[in-house]
Design a protein around this ligand. Structure first.
Ligand SMILES: Cc1cc2nc3c(=O)[nH]c(=O)nc-3n(C[C@H](O)[C@H](O)[C@H](O)COP(=O)(O)OP(=O)(O)OC[C@H]3O[C@@H](n4cnc5c(N)ncnc54)[C@H](O)[C@@H]3O)c2cc1C
Length: 475
C-alpha cells in the first residue's frame, strides 16, 4: 500500500506536533507486514486518537494509524467472557457494541474517545478498579522476528511478555488487536457532597468502592463523588441529572474557567470563585442511579487542556495531598517559606531551589480529581507492582498553549517532589517528565520490561527517542 501524503499530526493538547516521514492507514495485517518490510531499519510508531500529552506519542519516522482495524468480536460464552477488539476501535464504539449484548468493559476512564490500543498502551484507568491494561488477556503484535529479521505476527497471551504488552508504551511493536475481559452491564448509584478534609472524603470509600473525589483549589475542601454498583433500576431523574451535569459542569464551569484563566488571566477572580461561588452550583446528596457507561464518564474532551496526573501509593495519599496543596500555594504566589518534614531531603537534592523557581508562576484553576486504582499485573503501568492500591492525583490546566510555561514548571516540580518523597509516578500518557534515573527508581519491574523489549525489538525500531532515553536497553 502507498503512504499517504505526510501531514503534520497534532495531539489533543496541541503541545505535540508530529511530522512523519511516511504516514499509513493500513486496512489489514498483510498491509502492516508489507509496510514493516518496506521500512526495515527506520523508526516506526503508531498513533491512536492522539489524546496523549507526553512524548510517548512522539515520532520522527514512519507513522501508522490503525483506524481501519475496527473489528469487534465478542466471546460471551467463555468462562471469563472476553472481547477481541481491533487496535483502532474507540472505547465508545466498543461500549456500544457490548451494550447491545448486555455487556460492558471492566473499567472506564473519564472519556471514551481513545482507541483501545492507545488507552491500554499508557495504563488508562478509572476509579475503584484496575487500569484497562490489567484486563488484557492476549495481544496480537506485528514486529520483526529477531532471528530471521522478517516482519511477523506474534500472539502474546501469558508470562512476562503479556505483563509487558498490557501496557507497552508502543515500544514492543504494532498492536493489531487485543482481547480484553468483559462483564455484564451494570448500574451505578451515586451522589455528591462537600467535606472539609481528606479523612472525611475517604471515610465512606469502603461502602462506595467506585468513589472519586475532587479537591477544590483555593477553598481546599473535597467534593466526594460517592459511586457504587447497584442492582437498583435507573432512577427517573437520571436523564435530568445528566442534563444538569452537562450544562453546569461539562459546559458552564469550563466556560467560566476558560474565560477567567485562559482569556482574562484574572487569577484573583479564579481564587474568589473557588472560595465563595463554584461549590454552590453543586446539588449535594442528589441520589441517582444510571447505567455505568453514563454514570462514570464526563465530557472532558470538549475544551482543550493539558494535564499531569501523579500516582501515589494509598498509604502516602495524605502526604501526597499535603505536598500538592503546598506546591500549588507556592506556585500560586504564596510568600510562605517551604516548611515540611521533607525539607532537608529536598534541600539536599537541590529541589528546594526548584520549588522557589516556581513561586508565583502558575495559578491552578481546576478541581483536582483523585481516583483509586487497584494494583495492576503489568510491568510498567502506573499502578503496577505494588501490594496496595494507588491513588491518581490529576492536575489540569486550561491556559492557552502559548502560556503554558508556568504549568510546565509546576509539572516538573510536582513530578520531582512526589517522585522523590513518595515514589509518585506520572501517568505515561499525560505530561510525563521522567528521566531514566527517576523511571528506574519508580518502577521496580522496569528491568523485566527492558528485557522483553530486548527480546521483541532489540533494534528499538518501535521506540521513539524519548522512550530510548527514559527506558534504555543498552547494557
Ligand atoms: C480529555 C482527556 C481525558 C482523559 N481521561 C483519562 C482518564 O480518565 N484516565 C486515564 O488514565 N487517561 C485519560 N486520558 C489519557 C488517555 O487515555 C491516554 O493518553 C491514552 O493513551 C490516549 O489514547 P489514544 O487512543 O489517543 O492513543 P495515543 O495518544 O494516540 O497513543 C498513546 C500511545 O499508544 C501507542 N499506540 C496506539 N496505538 C497503538 C498500536 N496499535 N500499537 C502499538 N502502540 C499503539 C502510541 O504509540 C502511544 O505510545 C485522557 C486524555 C484526554 C485528552
Amino acid at each position: 500500500m502507498n503512504a499517504s501524503r505526510a501531514k503534520t499530526l497534532v495531539n489533543f493538547g496541541a503541545n505535540l506536533r508530529i511530522q512523519p516521514t511516511s504516514y499509513y492507514t493500513p486496512a489489514n495485517e498483510q498491509e502492516v507486514l508489507a509496510i514493516l518490510e518496506r521500512h526495515r531499519g527506520e523508526s516506526i510508531r503508531v498513533v491512536g486518537r492522539m489524546h496523549s500529552w507526553s512524548k510517548v506519542l512522539d515520532s520522527t519516522g514512519v507513522v501508522l494509524s490503525l483506524e481501519k482495524f475496527d473489528q469487534i468480536s465478542i466471546n460471551a460464552e467463555n468462562p471469563t467472557p472476553t472481547a477481541t477488539l481491533g487496535a483502532g476501535v474507540q472505547i465508545k464504539t466498543a461500549l456500544k457494541a457490548l451494550s447491545r449484548q448486555g455487556l460492558t468493559l471492566p473499567s472506564l476512564g473519564l472519556i471514551t474517545e481513545q482507541t483501545i490500543a492507545g488507552a491500554t498502551a499508557t495504563g488508562t484507568h478509572g476509579s475503584g478498579k484496575h487500569s484497562l491494561s490489567h484486563y488484557l488477556t492476549s495481544i496480537r503484535l506485528a514486529h520483526f522476528d529477531p532471528e530471521s529479521g522478517k516482519a511477523v505476527i506474534r500472539e502474546i497471551s501469558d508470562g512476562p511478555e503479556l505483563e509487558a504488552a498490557r501496557c507497552s508504551l508502543g515500544a514492543l511493536g504494532i498492536v493489531l488487536n487485543l482481547t480484553i475481559e468483559i462483564r455484564s452491564s451494570y448500574n451505578v448509584e451515586f451522589q455528591l457532597h462537600e467535606v472539609k478534609t481528606l479523612d472525611d472524603a475517604l471515610e465512606s470509600e469502603s461502602d462506595w468502592p467506585l468513589q472519586q473525589c475532587y479537591f477544590l483549589p483555593w477553598r481546599w475542601t473535597y467534593v466526594v463523588h460517592q459511586r457504587r454498583e447497584t442492582a437498583a433500576p435507573r432512577t427517573k431523574t437520571a436523564r435530568l441529572f445528566r442534563w444538569y451535569w452537562f450544562l453546569t459542569f461539562d459546559i458552564g464551569l469550563h466556560l467560566v474557567l476558560v474565560t477567567t484563566a485562559r482569556y482574562l488571566k484574572a487569577y484573583k477572580l479564579v481564587k474568589t470563585l473557588y472560595r465563595h461561588v463554584l461549590s454552590r452550583s453543586l446539588i449535594q446528596r442528589w441520589w441517582i442511579v444510571d447505567e455505568s457507561s453514563a454514570a462514570l464518564i464526563m465530557e472532558h474532551e470538549l475544551f482543550r487542556h493539558i494535564e499531569i496526573e501523579m500516582f501515589v501509593p494509598a498509604s502516602r495519599l495524605a502526604d501526597g495531598m499535603r505536598l500538592v496543596q503546598q506546591l500549588l500555594e507556592i506556585a500560586g504566589g504564596s510568600s510562605e517559606p517551604w516548611e515540611s518534614p521533607e525539607r532537608e531531603a529536598l534541600a539536599e537534592s537541590g529541589l528546594l531551589s526548584e520549588i522557589e523557581n516556581v513561586r508565583g508562576q502558575y495559578v491552578h484553576h481546576y478541581p483536582i480529581c483523585i481516583r483509586k486504582i487497584l494494583p495492576d499485573a503489568t510491568h510498567v503501568s502506573m499502578a503496577s507492582s505494588a501490594d496496595e492500591p494507588w491513588y491518581a492525583i490529576s492536575m489540569i490546566s486550561y491556559v492557552s498553549p502559548k502560556d503554558r510555561d508556568g504549568f510546565q514548571r509546576f509539572a516538573k516540580v510536582v513530578t520531582r517532589v512526589l517522585g522523590q518523597c513518595l515514589g509518585g509516578r506520572p501517568h505515561w500518557g499525560k505530561v510525563c517528565l521522567l528521566d531514566a534515573e527517576l523511571a528506574r527508581q519508580l518502577y521496580p519491574r522496569l528491568s523485566e520490561f527492558q528485557h522483553v523489549i530486548r527480546e521483541l525489538d532489540p533494534d528499538r525500531t518501535f521506540s521513539n527517542e524519548w522512550l530510548k532515553q527514559v527506558i534504555p536497553t543498552a547494557p
